[in-house]
Design a protein around this ligand. Structure first.
Ligand code: PHE
Length: 462
């Protein structure tokens, strides 16, 4: 059977549109909020090095595989996996991979929207001049007051979900594409300005050494956990393992090069994360803050910089506005797989599908935001709900999705199909991809899991 030429949901108008949308999905809170504080929790350089290796050796081949499967199936991840499995004479149960992705998307978006809500709140704080002359303890107080207030968090979370549903309801070309065209380049420029500022006023040398001079002694005692977190961060940041990139691939035209697009998107994503680190850690060190202060890190450091620089209210407002946009373009891709499935299988209109998905996520988000205040002593496996959803998705579900994608693309899909779809010929580049996707990616992810569970240690191997 020849693969479908188009998706019923629409198509990206140009190759640039795909690159912008896929990097819109990849670049988000994961890069600017999650990467710096996770790197900080594991002591910097060694984590960063492992992270970059995970992106290059596991993330890139899996992203290529996801785009490839999406483009061959041209439907929501659930139906794509079912169709492709049937074409290869395999069990229709492979659609479970799509269902697992829907679950991951739900869980991620529910806490993602709460954090995006913090960002929205900070837009208004910056604009109102709340940062002017603020010191470290003032910034901490400001952050604590927001996170402790369930009603405010609910209001911001609600506003953010309305924004997300609004774009998804409009569909691929008119909604998704338009949103990313100007916002991504603007974010990039602003981040560069922040790095320059941090370099000129903060402790840039200390930050640079912290991020790029790996000190493996930092990992002593929790190396397994650090490696799992670095790998999880790679999946999270590249939007892999849950069908977001797969469905974006399903709107990609046949003549676009998957390998080239993947390298551009993964490269940009990594660059933005590193720039975020270089913008934040100089301020952390110059103000004697703790790099391992957790999820509040950027909200407790950047306001100090904005409060101190000339025209800081303007730059601060702009920065948080752009971060909201980055979160928005990622959140859209989290809701898209489910929306497409509801349209395909239940015959919903796009609007109805997006609203139903959005309301469900919104409800789950309330559980997350309450875990920061009123329910702060309710824990499961020693974590509050927000932390639990974050851990479960980034460190377990997404990598698990990644293993299954790698096995399907590398072992089960006919070789001729991947040769045809990747269009690299059968030379070195293709063979290298195939080596990574068949052996390295699934094995590495499995070993990281076993290592974190302590299984390797049990057998004297870890
Ligand atoms: N990649 C996004 C970020 O870094 C989050 C995301 C994860 C989006 C999974 C889609 C799928 O912010």
């Amino acid at each position: 059977m020849t693969p479908a030429a188009n998706s019923i949901h629409g198509m990206w108008s140009t190759r640039l549109a795909f690159i912008l949308a896929a990097s819109g999905s990849a670049v988000g809170l994961g890069n600017i909020w999650r990467f710096p504080y996770t790197a900080g929790e594991y002591g910097g350089g060694a984590f960063v090095l492992i992270y970059i290796l995970c992106v290059a050796l596991i993330g890139v081949p899996i992203m290529m595989a996801e785009i490839m499967l999406g483009r061959r199936g041209r439907q929501s991840p659930i139906n794509t996996m079912r169709t492709l499995a049937e074409q290869e004479g395999l069990s229709g149960r492979w659609q479970l991979l799509g269902w697992m992705g829907i679950l991951s998307g739900f869980l991620i978006l529910s806490f993602y929207s709460v954090i995006a809500g913090w960002t929205l709140a900070y837009v208004f704080r910056a604009a109102a001049g709340a940062f002017s002359g603020i010191d470290a303890s003032g910034a901490e107080g400001l952050f604590g007051a927001l996170v402790g207030d369930a009603e405010r968090l609910l209001a911001w979370h609600t506003i953010f979900m309305v924004l997300v549903v609004g774009v998804v309801a409009r569909g691929v070309a008119s909604g998704l594409e338009k949103a990313v065209r100007y916002l991504m380049p603007a974010l990039f420029v602003l981040l560069l300005i922040m790095v320059l500022y941090a370099a000129s006023t903060g402790n840039f040398n200390a930050a640079f050494a912290y991020l790029f001079a790996p000190d493996f002694a930092e990992l002593k005692g929790h190396a397994g956990e650090a490696i799992l977190s670095a790998m999880g961060q790679a999946f999270f940041s590249l939007s892999l393992g849950m069908g977001a990139i797969m469905i974006y691939g399903s709107y990609l035209k046949r003549d676009a090069s998957i390998a080239q697009n993947t390298l551009i998107v993964a490269g940009m994503d990594t660059l933005v994360a590193l720039l975020a680190g270089l913008a934040i850690f100089p301020i952390v060190f110059a103000n004697g803050l703790a790099p391992d202060s957790g999820p509040g890190l950027i909200f407790q450091t950047l306001p100090i910089a904005f409060g101190d620089m000339p025209a800081g209210a303007l730059f601060g407002t702009l920065f948080f506005v752009l971060l909201v946009f980055a979160a928005w373009t990622s959140a859209i891709s989290l809701l898209e797989p489910l929306t497409a499935w509801l349209v395909e299988n239940l015959g919903f209109s796009r609007v109805r599908a997006a609203v139903l998905g959005g309301v469900t996520v919104w409800l789950l988000g309330i559980v997350c935001l309450l875990s920061l205040n009123l329910w702060s002593d309710v824990t499961l496996f020693g974590k509050g709900f927000l932390d639990l959803f974050d851990f479960l998705t980034a460190n377990v579900l997404l990598p698990l999705g990644g293993i299954l994608i790698a096995v399907f693309a590398g072992w089960l899909l006919a070789r001729a199909s991947s040769v045809d779809e990747l269009d690299l010929g059968e030379g070195l580049a293709y063979r290298f991809w195939r080596l990574l996707i068949r052996y390295l990616a699934p094995l590495a992810v499995t070993l990281v899991f076993l290592n974190a569970l302590g299984v390797l240690k049990f057998f004297g191997l870890g």
